[in-house]
Design a protein around this ligand. Structure first.
Ligand code: HSE
Length: 401
């Protein structure tokens, strides 16, 4: 019998307990052993839950019980998740998590500690919810020369952008709808400012490059600046606006960013709607591989957590996870090259041409909207500053991909 302890009995913790109970036959067969939820750690009591007799309030009970093989940390946040993970790994227990914040901040440390103690640290559920993406990258794709990993990594923002496109809603109305439906938190900042996606692209970057980039070094833009006018303009040029996490590398340079991008309609990522997530890996010789599915929610996230548990029970070989080291030496984003959609007021086509050269104009009411040639961020910002000095006001800038 494998004994597990679940840290946190919220949406994900409840989903894990439910899955282990309702799919007991499947998990026992796959794991080649029965699974016993020995403890559930939470500050609260759950008197009406079928798991009420498992609830403890003291982590010491779990870490000091030699019968506990695996700790499932689904609390979220960095602390005390960090301290509990270190204690559990040091005590010789496997740790599985869905907590992208703690993986993005300390994943290198946890993997080294797990290796030292001969146990496993797994985090499939931290990126893409129910989509099996990290394990397939590790096991099936890493032999390629990977040049880019990009994805729609946040369901809440994808839902908001989908509503803005499909129903012409404003950002504010779409956000309110997402909150009413329970997708977005009451405080939606981590989603709409791109923080959540930056943690996920940091984890993906670490897996394909071995470099764990601090999230504050990732050029991050959220979707709060995306306007109804931008949606209209994007439709005119046959593109869709999506919040993407991107890691682009040629072996020497490494750009990591989260920002809204204008995707052409022949890109598979442009078709991903609603709360769904997708991750596209591009490498040689495999070309483009895409992983798609539900990026959040109790059932999908529990599926990924329990998938990690099955892998650990079948084989506790930790060596397949790549060595990851902290690295803040990524390429200067001002050198990143793209073409951008820009909307401005107070500028005339002649001034735009003088600054940017030949551009593609988009018919926009009351604004001068155009697509720049490909140039670096630094060059684009310099030219925008020159236009602002002549009375131009920037309304929007979204990069094309
Ligand atoms: N807030 C996240 C999202 C939850 O909307 O994708 C899953 O990480």
């Amino acid at each position: 019998m494998t004994n597990v302890a679940i840290l946190g009995f919220g949406v994900v913790g409840g989903g894990v307990a439910d899955l282990l109970t309702k799919n007991e036959a499947e998990v026992t067969k796959l794991g080649k052993d029965g699974i016993n939820i020995k403890y559930i750690l939470d500050l609260r009591d759950f008197p009406s839950s079928p798991f009420c007799n498992k609830v403890v309030h003291d982590f010491g009970v779990i870490v000091n019980d030699p019968a506990v093989d695996t700790v499932i940390e689904v609390m979220g946040g960095s602390h005390p998740a960090y301290e509990y993970t270190v204690a559990a790994l040091s005590a010789g227990k496997n740790v599985i998590t869905s907590n992208k914040e703690v993986v993005a901040n300390f994943g290198d440390e946890f993997l080294a500690l797990a290796e030292k103690n001969g146990v496993c640290y797994r985090f499939e559920a931290a990126v893409g919810g129910g989509i099996p993406v990290l394990s397939p990258i590790i096991h099936c794709v890493r032999q390629n020369r990977i040049t880019e990993v990009r994805g729609i990594l946040n369901g809440t923002t994808n839902y908001i952008l989908t509503k803005m496109f499909t129903f012409g809603e404003s950002f504010e109305a779409a956000l309110k709808d997402a909150q009413d439906k329970g997708f977005a938190e009451r405080n939606p900042d981590a989603d709409i400012l791109g923080t959540d996606a930056s943690r996920k692209i940091a984890i993906l970057t670490a897996l394909v490059t071995g470099k764990l980039v601090p999230t504050d070094k990732i050029h991050t833009e959220g979707i709060t600046g995306v306007r109804h006018e931008d949606v209209v303009a994007s439709e005119k040029i046959g593109r869709k606006i999506k919040l993407l996490g991107r890691c682009i590398t040629d072996g020497e340079s490494l750009y990591v960013t989260v920002a809204p991008f204008l995707l052409s309609s022949d890109m598979p990522l442009s078709t991903v709607s609603g709360v769904y997530n997708a991750v596209e890996v591009i490498g040689e010789p495999v070309k483009n591989v895409m992983f798609y599915g539900p990026g959040a929610g109790a059932g999908p996230t529990a599926s990924a957590v329990v998938g990690d548990l099955m892998e650990i029970m079948r084989s506790s070989d930790n060596s397949v996870v790549p060595t990851i080291k902290k690295c803040d030496g990524i390429s200067d984003f001002s050198e990143f090259k793209s073409s951008s959609y820009i909307a401005m007021t107070g500028v005339c086509p002649a001034c735009v041409k003088a600054a940017f050269g030949e551009v593609q104009y988009i018919d926009a009411e009351g604004e001068c909207a155009f697509i720049t040639p490909v140039m670096t961020e630094g060059e684009q910002l310099e030219k925008i500053e020159a236009l602002k000095a002549k009375g131009g006001v920037i309304k929007s800038r979204i990069r094309l991909i």
